[in-house]
Design a protein around this ligand. Structure first.
Ligand code: KIV
Length: 260
């Protein structure tokens, strides 16, 4: 088993698992010092490209961003989201997941869904491609982003799907916006770690979109906590630059080239 995956599995019931998203090298290199897992999420569709949904994200876009992230990630486990419509059947999923693994040198791929994709998950794992699951809100196929676990059928489905995915061999699972008691129950019933986003502190680990955490984007989701205001820092640096260029204070001779 991949040593980095084993490290994640070993944390269950011992220490919380720290995960964040990255879409490029420089941010990935900073996160790599602190995270157990770095996800190249297809959330980049809305965060970077202003897409209305992650449905519009292509495999090429995921591969290109992941290649950049790979340069920054040395010690964390690197997981890449398989985008929408790239895993509709076993053959398509295997071809595309192999391509992602080969081109990006990532450690694993993440797929959204439960019972519906179980045969695909099995196929990838049989072919030695580590898979991370994703249940709860599934942004690739759902239009309305309500939390999951209010209705009995939802509770039963999530409990069943998480068990099925574990049995199929996934090494961990993201729970997106799953009601607190249900997230706790799923976490307790699984041997693999759960990684929550909007799914309470009962999960074995947490993930956030890094742009939200550092205050770069304008996300207003209830589950986001803004730990910094990078927007303000960039604004103030750019303002100072503008003033110095206008007043001819930048560049100085030390920033320029002169022949004697
Ligand atoms: O696409 C993404 O960034 C994700 C996380 C929010 C879990 O799937």
């Amino acid at each position: 088993m991949n040593k980095k995956i084993k490290r994640i599995l070993d944390k269950k019931n011992k220490s919380k698992i720290i995960c964040l998203t990255a879409y490029s090298k420089n941010i990935a290199a900073i996160l790599d010092k602190h995270c157990d897992l770095i996800l190249v999420g297809d959330s980049l569709g809305s965060v970077l490209y202003d897409f209305k949904s992650t449905k519009e994200v292509s495999l090429d876009t995921m591969i290109n961003h992941s290649k950049s992230v790979r340069f920054g990630v040395k010690r964390s486990l690197m997981v890449v989201d398989m985008p929408y419509n790239t895993y509709r059947n076993n053959k398509e999923a295997l071809r595309n997941a192999k391509l992602v693994m080969k081109k990006t040198k990532c450690d694993a791929v993440k797929l959204e869904g439960g019972k519906k994709i179980i045969s695909i998950v099995r196929t990838l794992i049989k072919n030695k491609i580590p898979v991370m699951g994703h249940l709860g809100i599934l942004p690739q196929t759902e239009k309305k982003f309500f939390f999951k676990g209010k209705k009995i059928f939802e509770i039963n489905k999530l409990l069943k799907d998480s068990k099925l995915l574990e049995k199929a061999g996934i090494f961990s699972i993201v729970l997106e916006c799953v009601e607190t008691k249900l997230a706790k129950k799923i976490t307790e019933q699984l041997k693999i770690p759960t990684i929550g986003i909007g799914s309470s502190a009962y999960c074995d680990g947490q993930v956030l979109v890094t742009d939200d955490l550092i205050g770069l984007g304008k996300s207003k989701f209830r589950f986001v906590k803004k730990y910094a205001n990078i927007n303000q820092i960039i604004n103030s640096a750019v303002k100072k630059y503008k003033v110095e260029v206008l007043k001819k204070k930048f560049p100085k001779s030390k920033h320029s080239f002169v022949t004697r």
